[in-house]
Design a protein around this ligand. Structure first.
Ligand code: FCB
Length: 453
């Protein structure tokens, strides 16, 4: 095919997962409840009434899962540590729980796969009073980061503090779609600041432990005006972009929160919670910016529906369909926006700081209905990944310092508020939890081995 692209040698190829979505073993070996264990008990919180209690039982099947990764030929695996598995409520290490990650790391290294550890992928200890609205939670996170680094840092080079603080803050405390299910825009902003503070304290702890590669993963949703000739649409797009994207990238790279977001937030802005020195902590140098990308949005000024980001500042905004193809999540497929985003992040943030970009999540949910000889024929997922990889390559060719790509996800898993109803894996799981690689797994293995797509 003429439009095939060849990635440079040394480009990092990986797959990604997170603890609560795959591990199961929720009450084993001293693990205590997280806010997600509690949230799943709430009637109506999870679309199919499920939870991560068993998930795909990765806790017991991690060797098999690492073997699957080895079959894919990936050079790296991004996973998260469950805080309540690794550390006890009194703040001491839970040896049985931490040992799971130690064994996982050894298994990965034994297969030549680099472990990329994310410390926080949403499963906050339930016992931390106030959750992310409490400043103290950020300090507890710093301690947890230090302990985990002490246990695994001899073998793990790359550390990510947080995954997608926008989701933790705005879905967790704004719209209430995620744990802990709060619906209070002021709390969402407070949580956002404490999450960023936790990131800063995490970086500090990891650096003092000697970690060599430290970063943060943010989710970015490019936002455009539905009608660029309408000043009100342009204004709404700016506001939503401020909360969805700049609110998190600006403090890390520029050492300040975006002024327009502060102005828009008005009395909701948590001015009293932002103490002297916080932004210095938050803007400590990092080595890598993790970019999660799934979709973009066209927005218009509207009477009703308020986006989670807009809960806080944008007033009324609605998402307008652009007639693009959609995944099973209903998300519009827009690889051009992915390329433009990577260019923007390199230009506005990472490039000037000499920080590399790595795509830490990209992938798609589809219905997976076509099965031949027991193999899911997920051509739609293959197309999605192919087009996004080509978009990523276009960014690279335009000078973006893009170092790797992690596909979300290795395996079908607990998709948060959607339970098991949305499948993102390139490996499926049957009713006995047997692993079933899909057509996309075979395809991705070829991409990885040739570096070409
Ligand atoms: C991201 C999350 C990840 C997964 C994908 C589909 O927002 O980080 O856990 O749910 O979306």
């Amino acid at each position: 095919m003429t439009d095939e692209v060849q990635f440079p040698a040394g480009f990092l190829w990986g797959v990604a997962t997170s603890a609560y979505q795959i591990e199961g073993a929720a009450a084993l070996d001293g693990r205590t409840p997280s806010i997600w264990d509690e949230f799943c008990q709430r009637p109506g919180a999870i679309r199919d009434g499920s939870s991560g209690d068993v998930a795909v039982d990765h806790y017991h099947r991690f060797r098999e899962d690492v073997a699957l990764m080895a079959d894919l030929g990936v050079t790296a695996y991004r996973f998260s540590v469950s805080w309540t598995r690794a550390v006890r409520p009194d703040g001491s290490v839970n040896p049985a729980g931490m040992d799971f990650y130690s064994r996982l790391v050894d298994e990965l290294l034994g297969h030549g796969i680099q472990p990329w550890v994310t410390l926080y992928h949403w499963d906050l200890p339930a016992h931390l009073a106030g959750g992310w609205t409490a400043r103290d939670t950020a300090y507890r996170f710093g301690e947890y980061a230090a302990l985990t680094h002490r246990a695994l840092g001899d073998r793990v080079a790359t550390w990510t503090t947080l995954n997608e603080p926008w989701c933790s803050a705005f879905l967790g405390y704004g719209s209430g779609e995620h744990a802990p299910g709060r619906q209070d825009p002021g709390e969402a902003l407070l949580a956002a600041h404490h999450l960023m503070l936790a990131h800063g304290l995490g970086v500090q702890a990891l650096r003092s432990g000697g970690a060599s590669q430290v970063g943060l993963t943010l989710n970015f949703t490019p936002v455009m005006a539905a009608d660029p000739s309408q000043a009100t649409d342009v204004e709404v797009a700016r506001r939503v972009d401020g909360v969805a994207n700049r609110l998190f990238a600006d403090p890390v790279f520029h050492g300040r929160y975006p002024v327009d977001v502060i102005v828009d937030a008005g009395s909701l802005w948590p001015v009293g919670a932002i103490r002297d020195g916080d932004l210095a902590l938050i803007s400590q140098p990092i080595d890598v910016l993790g970019v999660n990308f799934y979709s973009s949005q066209a927005v218009t000024a509207a009477e009703h529906l308020i986006l989670p980001s807009a809960h806080v500042t944008a007033g009324h905004a609605d998402v307008v369909s652009r007639g693009l193809p959609r995944t099973a999540m209903g998300w519009e497929v827009d690889p051009d926006a992915f390329r433009d985003l990577l260019v923007r992040l390199h230009r506005d943030y990472a490039g000037p700081a000499g920080v590399g970009l790595v795509v830490t999540e990209n992938g798609a949910a589809y219905a997976d209905e076509q099965v031949i000889d027991g193999v899911v024929q997920d051509e739609d997922r293959i197309d999605y990944v192919r087009h996004h990889l080509r978009a990523a390559y276009a960014a690279l060719a335009a000078g973006v310092d893009l170092r790797g790509y992690f596909l979300w996800s290795l395996i079908d898993n607990f998709e948060w508020a959607f339970g098991y109803s949305k499948k993102f894996g390139i490996v499926g799981v049957d009713e006995h939890l047997n692993r079933r690689p899909k057509l996309s797994a075979r395809w991705f293995a070829r991409v990885v081995s040739e570096g070409r797509v």
